[in-house]
Write a protein that binds this ligand. Structure first.
Ligand code: SOE
Length: 391
């Protein structure tokens, strides 16, 4: 049986044909998600990995074989036009997100788009408007903020919504990497504003802004920011000279939620020793929660209503069958990792499409993050001036 056919599976589940654009790091991560979701979870539709697209014919064919895609295309418009593609998964640099997403929605496809949604708030607005009219035709969109889908983050959101930490007062989030500490680390598309939109801000800051708004269940209303580019020229990978870095290496900002709760954020790619360190803590008037991506199977919880003599942060091992997403995985204590967030993303998107309900985070949520990123850049350009975010 061809696992990628358009036909239903023998058990009668209809196929959801997937076409993916891009096959680098995020392409591999999303492929892992599509490949695994229906094997772990009971899905109403079977994701069929029908076609992958990239510009280099040999490289994309090799990627298709390696990652498990049935066909390879070299033109994303041809990928979108395929009858066996119901959903277009965009894993390209930010400068092509808007064009591909708009064309895919216009062609009647569902769209999953990597974060950040776009390279500017204006692009994200156009994408969100297109997503809204596609929604009226039964087509759905999602942005790839995968860290929402670590079971511990989903559990934290549930605890906050249930009032277990009381009224939110403060949130602090940092996302730190160190691959740009070395001034000889070469230029990539991630270091050019025209291809990436921004630097650590959009690459890493976008994740923690999304997590903050997701956990708080409300939006940021304004920010004050500073950003810096420490290494302004980097060697070109092709050799022969240097290229100009036109994005930030690090971005620090404070923010205020609609409720008045305060937040602080730090995104950096020059934090020596920090590889993929995402930490987030929330403090309410009844307790606190803390998460560290390097210990992603754990959530720390402090219940401030307990008698002081025995109170304190305790570690919840988020691996019980009742914990979010755990029903499909291993017995308690056996733990999940980075890749599982992409499996959960695929699972949730398939369920939402089958049920005809809005996936989260939708393009509208992606736009709300994009507006924060734009306000951070505006504030930093005005030397940390408080900059309101207009929804
Ligand atoms: C690179 O800095 C990167 O791959 C990001 O682009 C991802 O979104 C993040 O999850 C890990 O780091």
């Amino acid at each position: 049986m061809d696992d990628n056919a358009k036909d239903p599976t023998p058990d009668g589940r209809p196929a959801l044909g997937i076409g993916m654009v891009g096959y680098a790091f995020m392409g591999a991560a999303h492929s892992q998600g599509w490949r695994t979701a229906a094997r772990v979870f009971d899905l109403p539709l079977r994701p069929a990995m029908n076609a992958i697209c990239g510009r280099d014919a040999d490289a994309v064919r090799a990627a298709a074989d390696r990652l498990g895609w049935a066909a390879a295309e070299t033109d994303w418009r041809a990928l979108i036009a395929r009858d066996d593609v119901d959903l277009v998964d965009i894993c390209t640099p930010g400068d092509s997100h808007a064009e591909i997403a708009l064309a895919a929605l216009e062609a009647g496809k569902h769209v999953l788009c990597e974060k950040p949604l776009a390279n500017s708030a204006a692009e994200a607005e156009a994408m969100t408007a297109a997503a809204e009219s596609a929604r009226a035709r039964g087509r759905f969109t999602m942005v790839g903020f995968n860290y929402r889908r670590t079971p511990a983050m989903t559990l934290a959101r549930r605890f906050i919504a249930e009032g277990r930490i009381g009224t939110l007062r403060q949130l602090r989030a940092t996302y730190l990497q160190d691959w740009l500490v070395d001034p000889l680390a070469p230029m990539t598309w991630r270091l050019r504003k025209d291809s990436a939109g921004s630097g650590a801000l959009g690459d890493l800051g976008a994740h923690i802004v999304d997590l903050a708004q997701y956990l708080a269940g409300e939006l940021l209303t304004g920010v004050s920011a500073v950003t810096e580019t420490f290494v302004r020229q980097r060697p070109l990978p092709s050799g022969g000279g240097t290229g100009e870095v036109t994005v930030d290496d690090a971005a620090l900002f404070t923010g205020r939620f609609a409720s008045g709760a305060l937040a602080s954020f730090e995104a950096s790619r020059v934090a020596a020793g920090r590889k993929n360190s995402l930490r987030i803590e929330v403090n309410g008037d009844r307790g606190s929660l803390a998460f560290d991506l390097e210990r992603l199977n754990e959530l720390s919880f402090h219940d401030h209503t307990e008698p002081a003599e025995a109170a304190g942060f305790r570690r919840i091992l988020v691996t019980e069958p009742d914990h979010p997403y755990l029903e499909g995985w291993w017995p308690p204590g056996h733990g999940l990792g980075y890749e599982h967030t992409f499996v959960h993303q695929a699972r949730d998107l398939v369920h939402a499409i089958a049920a005809g309900t809005d996936p989260a985070p939708s393009f509208a949520d992606g736009l709300r993050v994009q507006r924060v990123l734009a306000a951070v850049e505006e504030s930093a350009a005005k030397n940390c001036a408080y900059t309101p975010i207009v929804d």
